[in-house]
Design a protein around this ligand. Sequence first.
Ligand SMILES: [Zn+2]
Length: 307
Amino acid sequence: MKKYINPKVNTYSLPEFQKKYGTETDCEKALFHLKWHNGFVCSKCFHNDYYTISTRRLHLYQCKHCGHQETVTTGTIMQNSKLSLTIWFLALYFIAQNKNGIAELSLAKYIGVTLKTAWALLHKVRKAMGSRDSMYKLGGNIEMDEAFFGGKKEGKRGRGSENKVTVAVALQVDEGVYPKYLKMQVIPDCKGETLNEFALSNIRKASTIHSDKFKSYYSLKNDFKCNMQKYNPEDKSGFLKWVHVMISNIKNNIDGTYHGLDNNYLQNYLDEFCYRFNRRNVNSPVFDKLLKCCTTESYLRVSELCI
Ligand SMILES: [Zn+2]
């Protein structure tokens, strides 16, 4: 029998959510608490005393010591946005609610904004997700492989894959052969130094990396324990099984939810997929995590979104 999962563990119902975050004041209070959970601290001089200045939109908090002014959204992806906080919060609610992600057209309809606004908002959130996950490294047993996205022809590995974007994929598989955490990164090529650079940025040194016998993986031997075996898809041993499942899942997700996508933004979609996967078993509302992630990461302009 399928394991029963309590739907209330990591979600809010819409009435619950609206009761909690239904007004601008509710949302501003929540952001104040996230930003200054131990009380106001000036980001310039770290002084604690402040004046509150009322404006037509958000309150301005002015440091009594140095005069620096900021709002609860300063330095976050919500800074300088024309959208109200309630719309931002509602957008994050729908993004968190849909475990496979949400297309910009659906989001635009749900929160009543233009397609362009929904598109930019989603990419800002994805960037914040990627930035959050970059704080963590995988460790222990890692399955690693490369995947190829886009283009019509089957690309050759490492060369001749002109129409394709190459992605390095690493999956932490814990005891009991259970996939735990995932990293995916667009890489310029499959050279040894490129794969080694990806591994060093995303995997703790001395971890065991399981891969096929592609020559570039020899470059990882200085910093990692390498278990390289010839990969045979007919093999029933389960070698590299989970990393291939992940690659297949993200390709299905991109086709199903996003109906194909612009390769220029592939990294943002990968970041979202990994972020969701890495938090699939959390016991607190995904919205809470997403709100925190989106209010502690730097402000990004649309022009900065392109990878
Ligand atoms: Zn100050």
